[in-house]
Design a protein around this ligand. Structure first.
Ligand SMILES: Cc1ncc(COP(=O)(O)O)c(C=O)c1O
Length: 408
């Protein structure tokens, strides 16, 4: 594809966008919750189910071989997409949440002890908070949080106050799903390494939006969800540095993850097989591979530039609306904007927007502690992807202007 993608042609790849909701053209601005799927991904799933469907790894027949080849080639695509050293560093999961729980329950159980510190930030999604709370409860470890400053960024100049040698693991989000803040992942990983801490990056909001390279970032683990980047629900992956994955105990027990089994005990495969017990989401992984091909066809640099342009345009419109406060950084940020309208609760505003065909999200966005800190009941969030247009952003501002009058 050329340097400037043909955004109109790309949008036409998403059949779902061509519809009316409540008699108005659909504007889908709930991409941070889940993205839409291009025809290329839908067709890859159809092709798999129409021609190749069979269980992977254990069959000696043609369909099983084809399914296995497609599943394993999707793993290679994910590895390349993330800049991993090898496909063995990629564990298929059903999404970010599962990837983080896997690390908390296996790496965490083996390495975290009473008195150790698990460092998080105040802007973590519940997915990157609750698994660590559960681990802390089990082990007696302590949780610590890097504060969020009033401008929505992390207190980086004081990072050393929290990132001390007792920190065993530093887990943080790459892009905040409610503030849009882009955290300097490579800088944070380097600082963690300097005190001997392992790092986990929650890339749920970044993997489909900007170039992510785990080796350049220097992280130990990175988790993402397929459904937020054009792939089917229930797909995703965890990257883990080979040395760490190899030293971790298995997670779920069952078929597929073993080498030998007796009535008394079993031996396990090497990573990633030991973390993929049971029949995996074969179609999901193949769909994720197709989504990666599709995204790479556009280019993540171009996607990120498009995100930035839409977000800047939305910010300019939102700050001009009376009684509206935007949350998060005013400068460079990911492709989403959370805001509060004085006159309307986020749920009421979101319901109003829906009546105009505009899909927003209102609430705490799985950031309850952050909302409490900000003293907000929640926010209304518009989140963009590459198939969204400037005209849709303009239309959103018109709808919000009408809402401001309606609720006043
Ligand atoms: C920053 C962040 N982390 C984790 C998640 C959880 O993703 P999933 O529900 O796909 O596991 C989300 C989903 O919204 C998110 O935005």
């Amino acid at each position: 594809m050329s340097m400037t993608p043909d955004w109109d042609a790309i949008r036409a790849d998403f059949p779902i966008l061509d519809q009316e909701v409540h008699g108005k053209p659909l504007i889908y601005f709930d991409n941070a919750a889940s993205s839409q799927k291009p025809r290329a991904v839908i067709e890859a799933l159809d092709r798999y189910y129409e021609r190749d469907n069979a269980n992977v790894h254990r069959g000696l027949h043609a369909l099983s071989t084809r399914a296995t080849d497609a599943y394993e080639s999707a793993r290679v695509k994910v590895a390349k997409y993330l800049g991993a050293a090898s496909a063995e560093e990629i564990v298929f999961t059903k999404g970010t949440t599962e990837g983080i729980n896997l690390v908390a329950q296996t790496w965490g159980a083996k390495n975290v002890r009473e008195g150790d510190v698990i460092l998080l930030t105040e802007m973590e999604h519940h997915s990157n908070l609750v698994p660590w709370q559960m681990l802390a409860e089990r082990t007696g470890a302590r949780l610590r949080f890097v504060p969020v400053e009033p401008d929505g960024t992390l207190a980086l100049e004081r990072l050393g106050e929290w990132l001390t040698p007792e920190v065993k693991l530093f887990a943080f989000t790459h892009i905040s799903n409610s503030l849009g803040t882009i955290n300097p992942a490579a800088e944070l990983c380097a600082a963690a390494r300097a005190v001997g801490a392992v790092t986990l990056v929650d890339a749920a909001q970044s993997a489909g939006h900007l170039p992510v390279n785990v080796q350049e970032m220097g992280c130990d683990f990175l988790a993402f969800s397929g459904h937020k980047m054009c792939a089917p629900t229930g797909s995703g992956a965890l990257y883990g540095r080979a040395e760490l994955l190899d030293a971790m105990p298995p997670w779920h027990g069952g078929g597929e993850m073993i080498v030998t089994v007796s009535y008394e005990r079993s031996t396990y495969k090497k990573a990633p097989g030991k973390f993929e017990a049971g029949t995996p989401n074969i179609a999901g992984a193949i769909g994720l591979g197709a989504a990666i091909d599709y995204i790479e066809g556009i280019g993540r640099g171009a996607i990120f530039a498009h995100d930035l342009a839409l977000t800047e345009h939305a910010l300019a419109g939102l700050v001009s609306l009376p009684g509206v406060q935007v949350q998060g950084p005013r400068g460079r940020r990911g492709g989403l904007v959370g805001f509060v309208m004085d006159a309307a609760h986020p749920h009421d505003l979101t319901t109003f927007a829906d009546q105009h065909g505009l899909a927003l999200r209102g609430g705490h966005h799985c950031n309850m502690p952050l909302m409490k800190k900000l003293r907000l009941p929640g926010t209304t969030r518009a989140s963009f992807y590459f198939y969204n247009t400037m005209a849709e952003v303009d239309r959103m501002i018109e709808i919000l202007t009408t809402a401001g009058r309606f609720f006043a």
